[in-house]
Design a protein around this ligand. Sequence first.
Ligand SMILES: C[S@@+](CC[C@H](N)C(=O)[O-])C[C@H]1O[C@@H](n2cnc3c(N)ncnc32)[C@H](O)[C@@H]1O
Length: 211
Amino acid sequence: MTNEFNTEQEKFWAGEFGDNYIVRNQGQNLIASNTSIFARVFQNLYTNVDSVIEFGANIGMNMHAIRNLLPQTHLSCIEINATAVDHLRKIPNLTVHHQSILTFHAQQQYDFVFSKGVLIHIDPSELCNVYEHMYNASKRYICMVEYHSPSPIELDYRGHKEKLFKRDFAGEMWEKYPDLLLVDYGFFYGRDPKHGQEDMNWFLFEKRECC
Ligand SMILES: C[S@@+](CC[C@H](N)C(=O)[O-])C[C@H]1O[C@@H](n2cnc3c(N)ncnc32)[C@H](O)[C@@H]1O
């Protein structure tokens, strides 16, 4: 993949910060927490999901969780950080795209397309592109598990500026694609011992059959 990125946020994640993130975010507890998250998200979808793609997968902590829940489903992911990609390539039967989600144009469609904790780190001026890439990649479902704020805000991220944004990602996606049906949504509470991650909101959309 090319080393030339359009945004500061891509350089940040492809570089040393991204490498260090891996060390802090791995292990069986995280996979267990993600399994509980996706068990809830997939509650009514099990029979309909044969293929999944994750936008910004890091080392595959969600991929392992989803494999626990949907062992027959074909899993794919996109990841910008080379060290994370080395980890992902060791996971059997996982298709890995070493690329930025800002430039990812899917060559096929997937039943379930999702991001978790990734849109919050994208340059806001590029979000519209990412929504389009997620929408085009989806055959049926689109899911976002992100930090929500009704109005866009920027927060300090481990001492870094312009690297963490909260906003209504799902609402923006819905405004761009009003044909989407909101199937389900909810909140994972950070103080819930079986969650063990930051507070997160999730939104599940379905593409409607065209008339
Ligand atoms: C906070 S981590 C979340 C990882 C994973 N989704 C999870 O839930 O544990 C953000 C991930 O997105 C990746 N990422 C950030 N910007 C990206 C981009 N433009 N294209 C692809 N991956 C990106 C980072 O390298 C990192 O692995």
